[in-house]
Design a protein around this ligand. Sequence first.
Ligand SMILES: [Zn+2]
Length: 405
Amino acid sequence: MTFIQFGDLMGWLGLDDTDSLDEGCTTYSLHLLLESLPDGITVQSPRLVRLWPFAQHRTRGNAAVAVELLTDDEHRLLEHLDSFWNQHLVPLKGKVSSSEHDTRNQSPADPGMVWFSSTRPDESYYTMSVQSEVRLDQVPPSDRSWGGHGKIGATAAVAWRQRDVTWESIAWRQPNRHGQKERQVCEQTLTLVDAMPSTFLSRDPRKGKGLVAPRGPCPVLFGLRARDEHSSREGAQLLLASESTESSIGFRTFVTNQASDDHLGENLEATVTEVEVLSRGNCVLTTTHGTWLAFAESGSIKKLAQWLLPGDVVEGNGLSPELGVLHLEKLRILAAVPRLERPLCEQCSVRMKSMGKNQGCRCPKCKHRTEDAWVSIPRLPPYDSWVQPPADARRHLARPLEWIE
Ligand SMILES: [Zn+2]
């Protein structure tokens, strides 16, 4: 519990786009910055805010960070921020981060930092930044800013109003381990932590492997997600206390918009007009609401999409990186057209065959003939409610279906 002193100024600091190969991610930069603050500044919960995943100027995690700071000496704080910026963040400009599990091109880092004293940017700016591409000239003005492109995300992280929150405790590696890909996080303890009711996405039950440790060379040792702050913190402490976990310089518990579904608009209802299965199982649905893509990695979504027929009515949601194209993150079937087949022969129950257009049907076995006829057979869909991709193929922003009432 923080008691605010009379005369304290509350302000918001945002930071983004400091990802680089050696010095790693934005959470680490924020941690170093907070560790370096002069006395007399109260630090509230830091926030980790995921933004538009298709941003053209994109760095690794696509996450920006922000924190509320309380101080009675804003001038001294700003002087400190100036010096930290010049010493630690300016040198990151132009560096390129790399990540094994993400092969898309990454832009060189262009760090940005913003300071808002007392008044924060409007929430609508956050919504725009999580649901669409934002340009630097659309960023609301701050009381003080440093750097370039990173100001877009830094400002969005400040503007976020924390409607649906989860928590992530991030621990960082010792500096001599930075750049090494192998991480030691105690598997046994992780199994216990994963069993805590509030933690989520810490282990993949299908593959029996941990999901908390990143795979690239960044300074993060692990990130432990939970639906409440206490569990996230407690789980991180348990992991760090284990002898089988490598030593860490420390951890912080971030409040996040992960699993909020904030990136999604309203669900769309559409009728399927064409289904095309491409190589590797990627599936393209042409619908009355544009083109919907179900990617091979999307598991149940792909399976359901491949099962669809023209005429089926579906409901979907996802992101549109280009106009009229929806990358499915959720899908369900509302109504399936029946399959039409020729009737069975009354004599021997073998399916009859058409004799040609308007020529009637004939049983291939006993040659019994009838008028031209169809029977409609209901199709049983593989899933009767919403489906989403498996945990390890889901966006950080995606809300697990089991949380949605
Ligand atoms: Zn027959």
